[in-house]
Design a protein around this ligand. Structure first.
Ligand SMILES: N[C@@H](CCC(=O)N[C@@H](CS)C(=O)NCC(=O)O)C(=O)O
Length: 246
């Protein structure tokens, strides 16, 4: 059994998609980000970055030892699960395809994800008075990454080519929410088609519907202006936790 520490956000969906695609049994452990669950010692032991998604695999594959295996960072989790199941990643022996896979996982982790995340913050949650420059800056950066994806998907159905893989699962959620981010896929038709292709997969739909009612949006949306407990990660807090003071 796999404990799946999850909140219904694009980063959470990446792992939900893989678990659903593989039909793996998982025990859903909701992380209530506005309640500060990400700072609980038990959670930090699994995810020292104090962010979800994270997993705890109680039945790891041979070679991982006897204790349950914790994994944090979405791309690392997807790779771990791909290796565990032998699915949705090119085989180790295909060195070139493996290299491609690593490139696109790192690209998402280092470029598309952080730009989308900051765009989301400025568009949806930043103090009203301070939104403008941050929004424009990250919209441009996010759309730049969409252009990279657009070019990659020219003449390809999926990021690695023919085969659907964890590289697609990693990048899809941030393209899926282009509109709520204040962007649009109109200029990126290859991305728009790929998004539809993935969205039509039953496993992807189950994943993006997981705990849908718990999404931070609509009426009652928590923002920096109305909720001091949300979006409140900082160095002081983590250092205090490290000293055992919090
Ligand atoms: N690079 C990380 C990003 C994870 C991340 O940013 N998670 C957010 C939710 S989408 C989180 O847990 N935020 C809690 C907080 O900032 O307090 C990954 O891909 O796993």
């Amino acid at each position: 059994m796999i404990d799946f520490h999850y909140a219904p956000t694009p980063n959470g969906w990446k792992v939900a998609i893989m678990l659903e695609e593989c039909g793996l049994d998982y025990d859903l452990k909701p992380v209530r980000l506005h309640e500060g669950d990400q700072f609980a010692p038990d959670f930090l032991a699994i995810s020292p970055n104090a962010k979800m998604p994270a997993i705890l695999d109680h039945a790891p594959a041979e070679g991982f030892g006897d204790a349950p295996v914790p994994v944090f960072e979405s791309a690392a989790i997807l790779l771990y699960l791909a290796e565990k199941t032998g699915r949705f990643a090119p085989p180790e022996a295909d060195r070139l395809a493996r290299k491609d896979l690593m490139e696109w996982l790192f690209w998402q982790t280092g470029s598309q994800g952080p730009m989308g995340g900051q765009l989301s913050h400025y568009r949806n949650y930043a103090p009203e008075a301070e939104r403008d420059y941050g929004f424009r800056r990250y919209l441009g950066e996010y759309e730049r990454t969409m252009a990279v994806l657009e070019n990659r998907l020219k003449d390809r159905d999926h990021i690695l080519g023919e085969a659907y893989s964890i590289a697609d699962m990693q990048a899809f959620p941030w393209a899926f929410i282009a509109k709520p981010l204040g962007s649009s896929l109109d200029r990126f038709p290859n991305v728009a088609e790929w998004r539809e292709r993935l969205k039509s997969r039953p496993a992807v739909r189950r994943a993006i519907d997981l705990m849908k009612d718990g999404q931070n949006r609509g009426e009652g949306k928590r923002t920096v202006d109305n909720d001091s407990g949300t979006f409140n990660q900082n160095a002081d807090r983590l250092l205090a936790i490290g000293r055992g003071e919090a």
